[in-house]
Design a protein around this ligand. Structure first.
Ligand code: NAD
Length: 399
């Protein structure tokens, strides 16, 4: 099959591609087979659905067909110029086709100087945390991207919506479900779109997990395994007020996402056990590691683990007559996949560029984002249930 011509597959996104023809062919097939628009919209196995239905036109092709492009590129302002903004988002915004780095919000004069000259950002598009609300008067900024410590996501999302801007908010969406509700309400009230920085929904390997997991023949799940951990962390991530929790909030959330999008189903209950602490001083307030078991309808369990003292990176599904897995599963690049039949072969993409371009196109074409606030809220609800199960030792139902 010939590579489809759409913005998701623009050559600029393809960093490298071994066996390019085969990869592109299968990539085209994958995207043609997928039209995923948020987990709530996914048809579960129990419904007899799955992604093999004829959703043959990719989202990007539909966007182009709609042809409602207003501005050529939407302007994005990054709020919080820390590691993720500097290392991933700003570079990705040099590759995007439907949005660009228009502005910055920072409390650091030094970062202001550096970013202005590096990215050619005019003084009129530079804000600090005090004058941030003035962004409402700036037509060059269409989207605010909140890349702050977790507990600050709610405030800046709400202020952005009130300033009339569309919002991308980093994961976890917030540290409480109540905050998520306020964020969704503020964006609705302002008639602005809200999406969460779930970059893996734009990665072909993770999309393949969604496709395989939601195929009818693979619906008979026996077990899922999702593990994501780092060997250490520092800064605000170790402050409960700012982070909202330990590794679960930061990297364990990918396990929750992974099992939700692989199955297309919602967990109904959870049990959780805090791991032993090797570093009692650092982890006084927070879990250092955590195991949790998400129970799904159909009586199968997703065994999940997260940690700030152990490197782990796996998403695996075991079904009645096979298995499929990614390891590493959640990285920015270098994701590798295998099934019982052999290796997965897809191109490496710039996940963040695809994610931000998709949001810009969603705004331009007035269609839903595949990673909306409601998806972020559901994850926060599950994270809270996991913590409750950890504290009580009880099985906690997830409503
Ligand atoms: P970071 O510590 O590198 O950057 C945080 C930024 O917030 C800094 O510029 C800091 O100056 C600013 N800030 C403003 N007020 C602050 C305060 N009161 N305390 C501390 N910092 C303050 O963090 P990061 O790694 O860039 O993470 C930022 C957000 O992005 C987090 O929510 C994180 O979960 C998310 N993130 C997402 C991904 C992803 O793959 N989607 C990857 C990394 C981080």
């Amino acid at each position: 099959m010939k590579l489809q011509s759409n913005h998701i597959l623009q050559p600029g996104y393809l960093f490298h591609s071994r066996r390019r023809f085969i990869s592109e062919a299968s990539f085209g097939l994958t995207f043609a087979a997928l039209s995923i628009s948020g987990l709530s919209a996914l048809t579960s196995c129990a419904d007899g659905g799955g992604q093999q239905k004829d959703n043959s036109t990719s989202q990007a092709t539909q966007d182009q067909a709609l042809g409602k492009m207003g501005k050529l590129k939407l302007g994005i302002a990054l709020v919080g110029l820390g590691n993720y903004s500097e290392g991933q988002l700003a570079p990705a915004l040099q590759e995007t086709e439907h949005c660009y780095l228009a502005g910055i919000v920072t409390g650091s004069p030094e970062k202001t100087r550096k970013w202005k000259s590096q990215y050619n950002i005019p003084e009129t598009n530079v804000y600090d945390y005090k004058n941030f609300d003035k962004i409402r008067d700036n037509p060059a900024i269409d989207i605010v991207y909140v890349v702050l410590p977790n507990s600050m996501h709610a405030e800046y999302t709400i202020r952005s919506a009130k300033a009339g801007k569309h919002v991308i908010c980093e994961k976890p969406m917030a540290i409480t479900v109540e905050d998520c509700d306020r964020m969704i309400a503020a964006c609705k009230e302002a008639n602005r779109m809200l999406s969460i920085g779930y970059r893996l929904h734009f990665d072909p390997y993770n999309k393949e997990m969604m496709r395989l997991g939601q195929q009818k023949e693979y619906c008979d799940f026996k077990k899922l395994i999702a593990e994501n951990g780092m060997e250490s962390t520092s800064g605000w991530r170790l402050n409960k007020k700012l982070a909202g929790g330990g590794p679960l909030m930061d990297v364990g959330i990918y396990c929750v996402q992974g099992v939700r999008y692989t199955t297309g189903m919602e967990p109904i209950a959870v049990r959780a056990q805090e791991g032993p602490k090797k570093d009692l001083e650092t982890f006084q307030e927070l879990e250092e590691s955590l195991s949790f078991q998400l129970e799904f309808p159909g009586n199968f369990i997703a065994e999940c683990r997260t940690s700030y003292s152990e490197h782990m990176n796996l998403l695996r599904a075991e079904v009645s007559d096979g298995w499929f897995e990614l390891s590493p599963a959640y990285e920015y690049s270098g994701i590798k996949g295998r099934t019982a039949q052999g290796n997965m072969e897809f191109p490496q993409v710039n996940q963040q560029a695809l994610q931000m371009d998709d949001f810009a196109m969603a705004i331009q074409n007035n269609r839903p984002t595949p990673v909306p606030g409601e998806m972020g809220r559901q994850d926060v609800k599950i994270l809270q249930a996991i913590y409750q199960a950890m504290r009580t030792g009880e099985r906690v139902e997830i409503w």
